[in-house]
Unconditional design. Structure first.
Length: 226
C-alpha cells in the first residue's frame, strides 16, 4: 500500500487513484482514523482528476475489488469525507470543466457500474446484490450537485446533472435505473416538472420492467422514495 502524508497537496493521477482506492474494504473505513491523510490539492486539479477517472475508469480501476471501489467512490462523492466534490462550487475552476466533471458520471455508470452491479434492487434489500450496487444507488442522493449555494453558475451544473441522470435512466440496467430514480425522487422538491416528465417517459418505455421498480418509479415521480 502506498504511503502518503497526512495533508496532501499534490499527487500524480496514478498515485491519487491509489490514495483513494488502495485500502482494505473490511473493518473501519480508513478515512475515519485520526491520522487519516486528507486531500487538499487545488480544486481545478481535483476536478481534472475526477473527470479523467470517471470518463475512463478502466484500466485505472480494473485491479481493485468491488468492495474497494464502493468505498473509494463513496469517499470521493460524499460531503464530509473526501470533500473532492467541493470543486464543483469553486468559481476559480472554469465552468466548462465543472460541467464536464458532472457529465463524466454517465461514463462511469456505463463503463464501470453497469457491468459490475448486479440486477438487484438496493431499496428492496435484495439478497445477492454486489458491493457496487450500494454506491450506485446512493450516487445522486450523495453527490452534492443540486441545491447548495446560490451561485450564478449553479443552475448550469444542475441542468447538466439532470441531463446526465436522464441518460443513466435509459441504460439497460436495473441498478442504474434504480440509481437514477432514487436521485430524481430526492430532486422532485427542487425540479418537479423535470422529474415528473423524465419519469413519465421512463414508465412509458418500460411497461414490462420489474413491478417493484415500476412502483418505486411512481413514488419517485412525486418525491416519495426511501
Amino acid at each position: 500500500m502506498k504511503s502518503v502524508h497526512r495533508v496532501i497537496d499534490y499527487l500524480s493521477f496514478e498515485d491519487w487513484v491509489y490514495f483513494v482506492f488502495d485500502h482494505p474494504a473490511e473493518g473501519p473505513e480508513w478515512y475515519r482514523g485520526n491520522e487519516a491523510p486528507f486531500w487538499n490539492a487545488p480544486a481545478e486539479l481535483t476536478a481534472k482528476y475526477i473527470t479523467r477517472l470517471f470518463e475512463a475508469p478502466l484500466p485505472a480501476l480494473e485491479g481493485f475489488r468491488d468492495a474497494e471501489l464502493n468505498m473509494g467512490l463513496n469517499y470521493l462523492i460524499s460531503p464530509g469525507l473526501g470533500e473532492h466534490m467541493r470543486c464543483l462550487d469553486e468559481p476559480a475552476v472554469p465552468l466548462a470543466l465543472r460541467l464536464r466533471c458532472v457529465r463524466s458520471c454517465q461514463s462511469l455508470f456505463c463503463k464501470l457500474l453497469l457491468p459490475r452491479c448486479s440486477p438487484h434492487l438496493f431499496h428492496r434489500d435484495d439478497s445477492g446484490r454486489l458491493p457496487l450496487n450500494a454506491v450506485s444507488y446512493m450516487w445522486w442522493d450523495t453527490m452534492p450537485v443540486y441545491g447548495g449555494p446560490v451561485l450564478a453558475d449553479r443552475q448550469a451544473l444542475q441542468l447538466a446533472a439532470l441531463e446526465t441522470v436522464a441518460a443513466i435512466l435509459r441504460l439497460d440496467s436495473i441498478a442504474c435505473q434504480e440509481s437514477a430514480l432514487h436521485g430524481l425522487g430526492h430532486w422532485h422538491r427542487v425540479f418537479p416538472e423535470a422529474v415528473e416528465s423524465g419519469i413519465d417517459e421512463y414508465l412509458s418505455l418500460h411497461p414490462s420492467a420489474r413491478p417493484e421498480l415500476l412502483t418505486y418509479a411512481r413514488g419517485a415521480r412525486w418525491g416519495c422514495i426511501l
